[in-house]
Design a protein around this ligand. Structure first.
Ligand SMILES: Nc1nc2c(ncn2[C@@H]2O[C@H](COP(=O)(O)OP(=O)(O)OP(=O)(O)O)[C@@H](O)[C@H]2O)c(=O)[nH]1
Ligand SMILES: [Mg+2]
Length: 442
């Protein structure tokens, strides 16, 4: 099929590009599942597979129905609910020469576990994962739709899957009961599933009791097997394939590609965000401890840009944007300018007042060292956050650096960012102070 159809080729090419996209090891590990999913979809498209999945509550007769369509007992069936535990696939070979354009396709039936035991949001996620590769969904029920079934149908509709709603086990219904059930189901799904896509079936009807009248007037009872009722369903599936042709498969592949690339983008952003955070915290500590353990003149706090420049370069690498040392310095200058901080004693004192309050009065060396260390770390934090935004969005964007700095500053609680650093500095300085006190006493 590949190569014959432009739409297919484009989707295939997009998926292959996605799986080859430049990913660092940590990113590749985070999106391993998505890359596997892409491989599965690529293989499916390359082999021209069309998947038809049965979906519904446990015991609704999904496996039996698929067996009836296949004409062989391929899927396990049981009277106890929850027989099917995993997705499984079987090739279906109806008179496929009758389906226009599908002569070189493989039709595959997919059996799925029942949806019951899963709750709320999870149900939508499970439905999504279960029918991810399905081109047509057979939603199997054997009575009026309950809330679980209804919310599953809504989830499937949200995925834009063509759905055939199968009212199964019709051999168990009385005529009136069946009419009422159908009327109620139609009302519930109106606007979601068209009438032509609601069909009756009996995948595995119970045997019927036949009474034979003998010539001598006696009667003989016998249980006789009844054939499955699947003609309407089978016809409807073939009709959809016939009418929609490969658009059904292309639509599904396209939705899949969009969904999987969004998931990859989100996971990549998460991995990068976490790495950036770790990096910023490491540099905050380096700077805070260097400054606090060796106090430098206050004016040097923001001026000593070397470690910040290295951090910015490394952040660029996390976001896949190599940055020279000069560019890193220029970016830092721009950030500090947009922030508009006064690197002055006043600023440090002000900052210290916020963070140090609540701490036992500091003495001697710590009185100067800790506020200076924290001020240095705070500068590094803000520079790191702003640079991360810059790299993430490929520049400052229309709103400019000042607006971004404002967002960062209003969205962060300075005291809680610096708190762990303060404690660690106090611990280290405390240890240093007590050892020097000890030395003096000797
Ligand atoms: N009377 C009647 N019984 C049916 C019909 N289809 C299936 N059954 C019975 O319903 C029970 C469950 O059938 P399965 O096909 O295993 O149902 P399932 O939906 O695959 O169930 P799980 O795999 O547990 O989710 C079995 O006892 C079947 O014989 C039908 O059309 N009529
Ligand atoms: Mg089953």
């Amino acid at each position: 099929m590949a190569g014959k159809n432009k739409q297919y080729d484009e989707i295939l090419a997009a998926l292959r590009r996605l799986s080859r996209s430049d990913l660092r090891d940590s990113e590749r590990a985070a999106v391993a599942q998505e890359l596997d999913d892409i491989d599965t979809m690529v293989t499916k498209l390359e082999h021209g597979v069309v998947e038809i999945a049965a979906f519904g509550e446990v015991n609704s007769g999904k496996s039996s129905l698929l067996n009836a369509l296949l004409g062989r007992p391929s899927f396990a069936v049981a009277a106890i609910a929850g027989k099917t535990r995993e997705l499984s696939r079987q090739e279906w070979t109806p008179r496929r020469e009758t389906i226009k354009g599908f002569a070189d396709n493989r039709l595959v039936m997919v059996d799925t576990p029942g949806i019951n035991e899963v709750e709320g949001d999870d149900r939508a996620a499970i439905a999504e994962a279960t029918v991810r590769y399905a081109d047509i969904v057979l939603f199997v029920t054997y009575g009026d739709l309950n809330d679980v079934e209804f919310s599953a149908i809504k989830a499937l509709r949200a995925l834009h899957k063509p759905i055939i709603l199968v009212i199964n086990k019709i051999d168990l219904f009385k005529r009136r009961e069946l009419e009422q059930t159908v009327a109620s189901i139609r009302a519930k799904v109106s606007g979601m599933i068209g009438e032509a896509d609601i069909v009756f079936a009996a995948g595995d009807p119970s045997p019927a009791l036949r009474v034979y009248h003998n010539l001598d007037g006696s009667e003989r009872e016998e249980w006789v097997e009844r054939p499955a009722i699947i003609e309407d369903l089978s016809a409807r599936i073939l009709e959809i394939l016939h009418r929609e042709g490969k658009a059904v498969v292309a639509l599904n592949a396209n939705l899949f590609a969009t969904e999987v690339s969004e998931r990859i983008a989100a996971l990549k952003a998460m991995v990068r965000g976490e790495e950036a955070d770790r990096l910023i915290r490491r540099f905050m500590w380096i700077k805070a401890s260097a400054v606090a353990l060796n106090p430098v003149p206050v004016a040097d706090i923001a001026g000593g840009m070397v470690s910040d420049a290295v951090m910015v370069q490394q952040l660029g690498a996390v976001y896949g944007q190599p940055f020279s040392r000069e560019n890193a310095r220029a970016l830092i200058t721009e950030i500090l300018g947009a922030w508009g901080i006064m690197v002055s004693l006043e600023w440090v004192t002000h900052l210290a007042a916020g963070v140090i309050k609540g701490t036992a009065p500091l003495a001697g060396h710590a009185l100067v060292a800790i506020p200076q260390g924290l001020a240095a770390a705070w500068t590094t934090y803000i520079v790191g956050q702003a640079a991360s935004v810059y790299f993430r969005q490929g520049g400052w964007g229309g709103r400019g650096a000042k607006a971004i700095l404002r967002d960062i500053l209003s969205g962060v609680d300075r005291d809680s960012v610096l708190e762990p650093l303060k404690d660690e500095l106090l611990r280290r300085l405390g240890a240093k102070a007590s050892s020097s006190a000890l030395l003096k006493r000797l």
